[in-house]
Design a protein. Structure first.
Length: 231
C-alpha cells in the first residue's frame, strides 16, 4: 500500500479558489496559500491498486486536509494543503467535487487575537488550525441490531433525526407528507431485529411532521412493504 503524489492540476486549484471565495468569507484579506495535491494508489504488476490512495484512521478517504509545518512553509510550500484521491476524483460529478473541496476547506481556521486580527507565525504568514467535524460517527451494525435503542448507534441516529440540523442530512424531516413517505420508503431496514427501535423514532417523527398531512409511514425492503406507523 502507498501513494504516488503529484501537484493537482490548475483547474482543481481554480475550483478550490472559487469555493473559498463563495463560502469562506472569513479568509477575505488573509489569503492563505493552499497547496492542492493529487495522490494515486500504487499498483501491483498486474495493474491493480495495492489499496486506497488515501486513508484516515484506517478507512479510505477521498481527501485529507493538513496544516503545513513552518519548516516547509519557509522553504516555499503553502500554509496548508488538501490531498485528493486522484483515482476517485474523476469519478465525482462537479457538484460532488465542489462539496469535497468545501468539506476540506471547512477544516481550516484562521487564528485571531482578541481584537479579531489574524495572528501571524514566525514566517509572517497567517497562523492556521484545524477544525474538528461537527458530527463524528463510529457505528457497528451488529451492536445496533443486538441492543436497539440502548446502543449509542441508534441513539446517535435518533439525535441526528430529531435535531434541527438533521434537516440538512435528512431533508424529508419537516417536508410535505408525500416527500416524507417517499423518503421513508427509500430506506432499507437491515433485518427485523432493528425494526422496533426504528418504529419507535419514526412514530415520533410522524408527530414531528404531522402538519405535513402524513397518513402512513412504511418501509419497503426487496419489494415488500412494512407499515411501521399510521395516522
Amino acid at each position: 500500500m502507498g501513494a504516488v503524489y503529484s501537484r493537482a492540476t490548475k483547474d482543481v486549484e481554480e475550483q478550490g479558489k472559487a469555493i473559498l471565495d463563495k463560502y469562506h468569507p472569513e479568509f477575505a484579506g488573509v489569503a492563505p496559500r493552499i497547496d492542492y495535491v493529487f495522490a494515486n494508489a500504487t499498483v501491483q504488476e498486474d495493474g491493480t491498486p495495492t489499496g486506497p490512495a488515501l486513508t484516515h484512521n484506517g478507512y479510505p478517504a477521498a481527501a485529507l486536509a493538513r496544516i503545513i509545518p513552518i519548516k516547509d512553509r519557509v522553504m516555499g510550500r503553502g500554509d496548508c494543503e488538501i490531498v485528493i484521491d486522484a483515482d476517485q476524483w474523476p469519478l465525482l460529478t462537479e457538484e460532488e467535487q465542489n462539496a469535497l473541496l468545501d468539506h476540506e476547506l471547512e477544516h481550516f481556521v484562521v487564528c485571531r487575537d482578541k481584537y479579531g486580527q489574524p495572528i501571524l507565525d514566525d514566517a509572517n504568514r497567517p497562523k492556521l488550525k484545524l477544525k474538528k467535524h461537527d458530527f463524528q460517527v463510529g457505528w457497528f451494525h451488529n451492536v445496533a441490531r443486538r441492543h436497539g435503542i440502548a446502543s449509542a448507534e441508534v441513539r446517535q441516529f435518533q439525535q441526528l433525526v430529531f435535531d434541527d440540523d438533521g434537516q440538512w442530512y435528512l431533508p424529508f424531516i419537516g417536508a410535505d407528507g408525500d416527500s416524507v413517505k417517499q423518503s421513508i420508503r427509500d430506506l432499507r431496514p437491515s433485518d427485523r431485529a432493528i425494526q422496533a427501535p426504528v418504529r419507535d423514532f419514526v412514530k415520533k417523527m410522524q408527530k414531528h411532521v404531522s402538519k405535513g398531512g402524513i397518513e402512513k409511514i412504511s418501509l419497503v425492503h426487496e419489494g415488500k412493504e412494512t407499515v411501521i406507523a399510521e395516522a
